[in-house]
Design a protein around this ligand. Sequence first.
Ligand SMILES: C[S@@+](CC[C@H](N)C(=O)[O-])C[C@H]1O[C@@H](n2cnc3c(N)ncnc32)[C@H](O)[C@@H]1O
Length: 288
Amino acid sequence: MPTSGEESRSPLHLVRNKWEWRSPFNVLRAKWLEIPYGEERRKTPDLLRLSDEELWRDWQEAWHRDAVSDFAHRGWYYALYGNALRGQRVLDVGSGFGFDGITFARKGARVTFLDIAEPNLAVVRRLCEYQQISGVDFFLLEDMRALSRLQGDYDIIWCSGSMHHAPFEIVHEEAGLLLQHLRPTGRWIELSYPKARWERDGQMPFEKWGDKTDGGAPWAEWYDLDKLFARLAPARFDVVLHFPFHNHDFIWFDLLRNPRLEGLADPVFGPAAATTGGESGSRSNTRP
Ligand SMILES: C[S@@+](CC[C@H](N)C(=O)[O-])C[C@H]1O[C@@H](n2cnc3c(N)ncnc32)[C@H](O)[C@@H]1O
């Protein structure tokens, strides 16, 4: 894992040092009481002061920007997955403003919105109630232990832009707990940042890269297939769809869990085990 460097730091950086990651969700919550809103960011406590009508209008405007005007950002995957997810049980991990979960719930998916920040969930709950969207549920991830209270098995764990915002070891633990709720042949679908974007931005340590990618995020890390496999190990997956998109701003992973591979040694890399993340990237020892 990259270290923070020797130079002097602003008080804000003090909350980001290695020790503070011992309470990872507190570090993350210091930033993520806001949500990406097109090119801007909005604080969810501020959004909660809007009327239902204003909130819904703002949500629709922001959704239109990402899904229609900028079809290459979200529109393509709404077209691809929207109908396919009808009736599926979807866990939207790091649901933010609920663009994805609300889109799929309106198409008939049964969505649980999971977030680390209560006001983020409150905004999505307001939107769902106002639009009378049924089959939705909400889960506050206060800390890792909270995941033992998550009920049932999901068909799809959907992580759009959330799990690359904490060091590998932390999200490896979180992924392991989430995977206890993915059914044996379920899908793990994730939007992350590709290595090409990190290289384009000057190969910064991950704790600095988050400042550039997300305006003050305490961490941003690139992922490729091998690294994601390592994060999900010992669960094993086949690849359904995987490619960088939107000018290499993002990378898409659509993986199908394959229980027949779990517990088997990998023919290329040997026995399954997690590796640590790092500036040069960890390498998985599990492949499809
Ligand atoms: C960049 S926003 C993405 C929001 C939304 N998924 C989207 O596509 O617009 C990141 C969201 O993930 C949440 N988050 C950050 N780290 C997380 C983690 N380790 N586990 C779950 N949620 C997380 C934040 O609270 C925030 O709502």
